[in-house]
Design a protein around this ligand. Structure first.
Ligand code: PLP
Length: 349
């Protein structure tokens, strides 16, 4: 018998398309999407835009491309973009903001989210003397990945949008995991998205599609985004096979995110009981669990701990003392039980 592979908690991006999703992909009607001929891509873009309460959508290969296009549409080189601590577009997109749109970032707070008064005090308008850069965009991530999958409540988000709009600054919502926020808060994703100037959502994370994000906004925004998608090499041809996976995911895997959240909670609560690990349970609101190796643990750091459990569990090191575990479509209750047993053996014996 083949040895059982370790349960993979590295990311919600590791999922493989289900049999039903592959069937939907195989059956997709397709055309050349660069000519605007792919009916399945059109259907996906319309379905996502409608769910977000926005006028139009653009299918793109990745969340990174969606965020980078948003920067290109909203900003010019030398502009300032306000983001939260460890925002994906600032901390993880290979410096694309600087290299492609030529923007600089002002980073707020220490948890990922920031509040309206702080934002109001940070926005910089046109400076007649030419000394200061001008704030041209506010980017908000919800849920916040590095912040622990924490949900920014609708009221708090609306407060940020109000401040930004009062100063004439648009807001881009990096909603790679907006679906998780919506399920956790029991509201429609449109509760955040419809107030935004542009929104990117991922289909390839909790929803379990193999590829794809949709960048949404007004029709005028999407027209401009379309040009940048081509420029970045994201104009795809018979992309309907991919869009079909996205449509299937939206229809069948959205409510299922509740299971991921319940499993993350179970994992976090049990890990928090183990000696040498600290988990801030108040931040475990969706499918991400961050655990910190603390003084007195039987292991020195997060990398050592993950190496000790590697036959049963895969996770990622996200700081010298911090590891991240993510629940998703391809881990079940048994995987959580297995992971907990492995961590207990490593930390208790
Ligand atoms: C908050 C956030 N935004 C954007 C992205 C980028 O998505 P992709 O991996 O599809 O480029 C990620 C990926 O993890 C993310 O967590």
């Amino acid at each position: 018998m083949k040895p059982r592979l370790p349960s993979d908690f590295r990311s919600d991006t590791v999922t493989r398309p289900t049999t039903a999703m592959r069937a939907a992909m195989a059956a997709a009607e397709v055309g050349d999407d660069v000519f605007g001929d792919d009916p399945t891509v059109r259907a996906l873009e319309a379905a996502v835009a409608e769910r977000l309460g926005l006028e139009a959508g653009l299918f793109v290969p990745s969340g990174t491309m969606a965020n980078q296009i948003a920067l290109l549409v909203h900003c010019r080189p030398g502009d300032d973009v306000i983001v939260g601590w460890h925002a994906h577009s600032y901390a993880y997109e290979g410096g694309g903001g600087a290299a492609l749109a030529g923007v600089q970032f002002t980073v707020l707070g220490h948890t990922g989210h920031f509040d309206a008064p702080t934002l109001a005090a940070t926005i910089r308008g046109e400076d007649a003397s030419g000394h200061a850069p001008t704030t041209r965009l506010v980017m908000v991530e919800n849920t916040h990945n590095r912040g622990g999958g924490v949900v920014l409540p609708v009221d708090a988000y609306q407060g940020l949008v109000d401040v930004a709009h009062k100063r004439g600054v648009p807001v881009h919502l990096d909603g790679a995991r907006l679906w998780n926020a919506a399920v956790a808060a029991n509201v429609s994703p449109a509760a955040w998205a419809a107030a935004s100037d542009s929104v990117s959502v991922c289909l390839s994370k909790g929803l379990g599609a193999p590829v794809g994000s949709v960048l949404c906004g007004t029709r005028a925004f999407v027209r401009r985004a379309h040009k940048y998608r081509k420029m970045l090499g994201g104009g795809l041809r018979q992309a309907g096979v991919l869009a079909a996976a996205g449509l299937h995911a939206l229809e069948h895997h959205f409510e299922r995110l509740r299971d991921d959240h319940a499993r993350a909670r179970r994992l976090a609560e049990a890990l928090a009981q183990l000696p040498g690990l600290r988990v801030d349970l108040s931040r475990v609101q969706t499918n991400l669990v961050f655990a910190e190796v603390v003084e007195g643990a039987r292991v020195l750091d997060a990398a050592t701990l993950l190496s000790r459990v590697s036959e049963d569990v895969r996770g990622v090191v996200s700081g010298p003392q911090t590891l991240r575990l993510v629940t998703h479509l391809d881990v079940n209750d048994d995987d959580v039980t297995r992971a907990l047993a492995a961590f207990e053996r490593a930390l208790v014996g």
